[in-house]
Structure formats: structure tokens, C-alpha cells
Design a binder for this molecule. Sequence first.
Ligand code: ZN
Length: 405
Amino acid sequence: MRAYERLLKYVTVRTPSDESSETVPSSACQFDLAHVLVQELKDLGVSDARVDEQCYVYGHIPATPGYEDKTKLGFIAHMDTVSDFCDHDIIPVVTENYDGKDFVLGTSGRTISTETFKHLPDLKGRTLITSDGTTILGADDKAGIAEIMTMIERLNAENIPHGPLSIAFTPDEEIGTGAAHFNVEEFGAEFGYTLDGDTEGEIQFENFNACKAVFEIEGVNVHPGSSKDTMVNASLVAMEINSMLPSGDTPRGTEDYEGFYHLVSMSGEVGHAELNYIVRDHDPAVFEVRQETLRHIEKLINEKWGAGTAKLTITQQYRNMSEVIDGCRHLIENAKKACENAGVTPLVLPIRGGTDGAQLSFKGLPCPNLGTGGHGYHGPYEHITAEGMDLAADITVELVKIYAQ
Ligand SMILES: [Zn+2]
């Protein structure tokens, strides 16, 4: 079976995770897919496949006799999708021999345009898979699951010798907690790869360092007619704080390895105001400087407007996995070689975000991220090609072969 045929099956099981939920998994529907995947793993000979009570699917493939001492390698993909554009059933649309031009998504009124998606002409002649334009497709990350399943099928069918392999499918990646309850010991691999990137051939091991920064501002509210030299308008202080940040260091103004302060939300009256930022930087030293800048602003504001006017709370979120991966560069070199063996040009790109692999790397499972062939994630323009998925699956097979040498 080709990987995209599996994808078509998985996307019919809707699995949005739920940011507002406090349960694990965040939505019970993720179990629906987990049970399907456990059965499929068993059918593929992964006899110990199981789903735990927190909706993590684990399975192990013992080494080919004589290969027991090879590197223990793992592959991971996530089962949930974003909840946006996922409130009704997903209807995948398969278009053979795509012409590489603007593509109209059913009767939704939406078009995947070559102006927005510059890579579309490169997909000419391939089999394009989209939604009908009213929902996401869910290739993020069900394509990754489909490619891992296809890899297992090929290892069996082609009698490819391999070391010990671990497989996991995780819940709640899209709400940032996919790694939280991941059992590294049960998984049992020395190294892993997540399949959760875009274009086939992508290899990602550098992500942002990330924190949240919240300013709470207490003002002094006095009748505006008699407030000369007494009123402190918290909303105006909030605007002053934002004006003290470098104006170009925003998501709009930065790219590649450049970091930013992103004002996610703000609220304010005279008496109280709040600024919610996320802070991102690839470089750990610059990341520290960004936090120091915020602390310095807090100090200056309190000196100017009175102690207790501004209160800054910084909460760490995730770290750049490159500091872990630097100690095991073979993961990157072998991924590049696997791409070349599969006839795909490797693309080593920094991630302007985080991945579950980053958190897993700091939990003791070094875990770069590989492309799945998908594009336009997290909205109704999401698309992928059958051929891109074949290549992504080929790359995983090549990786298994390299680690069995
Ligand atoms: Zn994903």
C-alpha cells in the first residue's frame, strides 16, 4: 500500500486536540485513531503494539537476527491536528496529474495559489491531495504516521535487515504537550526522528529557545479632572513598555535565525493593563539578553512610575535542541545520506518554532525532525502529494538501512 492511501484513511478520523482541556489526552477522539493504529501495527507484525491510558501508542520491532547490537532507532509522529478548520468531517480530494497552477478547493471559495505557495509549479504531474477547502487536510501529522507504517511494511516485504526499532504515535502535539507524558524508557530507542516537517528532504535540528513574558501594570486611577501629577494610566505605561522594545524585532521583521518579541495580546484600562509576549531566539546567549532587556524595562518603569507599577513574569517554554544534537551529529549526517540515497536533495533548515523532538532531546532522546512532503499546514490550504509521501517513506527506509550497516 502506498503511504497516501493510508493518509486518506487516517484523515477520516477527526482528531483535533483541545487547548482549553485539562485532560490527557486533551480530546477523547484521539483514542479513536490510536485504536486503529494499534490494530494496523499488529497486522504489520508489531506484536507488542499498545496504547496507554494517556493515548500514547508504542510498538517495537525486534532486530533482524544478527543485528541486535545495532543502534536502537525510533520513529515518532503525532496523531492530533489543530482544532481550527476542523469542526466537521474532512473530505480529502485527490487530483491526479496536477497541472502546477492555481488550484480551486471545491466550492469553498478558496484557492491554493502559486503566488502564496511558490513551490506549486514543482509539484506539476504529481498526485495532489487537499481537503475540499472547508477544513484542514490533517496531513500534519497523519502523513508522518502513514510514512512510518509504510516503512514497516517495506522492511517486511523486502526483507531489509535492521537493528532494533521503536515506533510511537503521540497525542496533543499541536497544543505543545505531546512530549510531556512520552515514556522515553518504554520507547527504548537511543535516537529518534520525528516525521513532522514540511517538504520531503527537510532535516531540522535547530529550533527556537522560547519563553513567555507577561507584564502586569498597576495604574493609579484618579478623577481625570483633578489628577494632575497623580494619575498613572496603566494603559499608557503599557504602551511605553512596548515602545522600549526594538521595533524591528517582531515576527514580521525577522527570518531564519533572527529572534523576536511577539506581542500576542494586550488588555488595559486606567487602573490595570497587561501585555502578553512570547520571546524567541535560536542563540541561547541572545535569548538571555532578550530576557535581560525585559527585566531592565521593568526596573526603569518602576523607577519612573513608582515601585510595583510593573511586574514582569517570565515562564520558560522550550530550548533549542541543537545543543543536544551537536553531540550526535551522525543523526544529521545520516539523514542527509538517506535523502541522497532516496534521490531527494537534503534541506537543512532552522525551525522558527518548536517541535516535540526538542523536548524529547532534553528528556534523553536526541530527536531531529524530518519532512513529510506536506505544505500549508494549520489551515484549509494544507496539501501534500502522493509522490512526496513516497519519497519521505523512502528516506526512513534508507535511514534504517544506514543504521544497520
Ligand atoms: Zn505537526
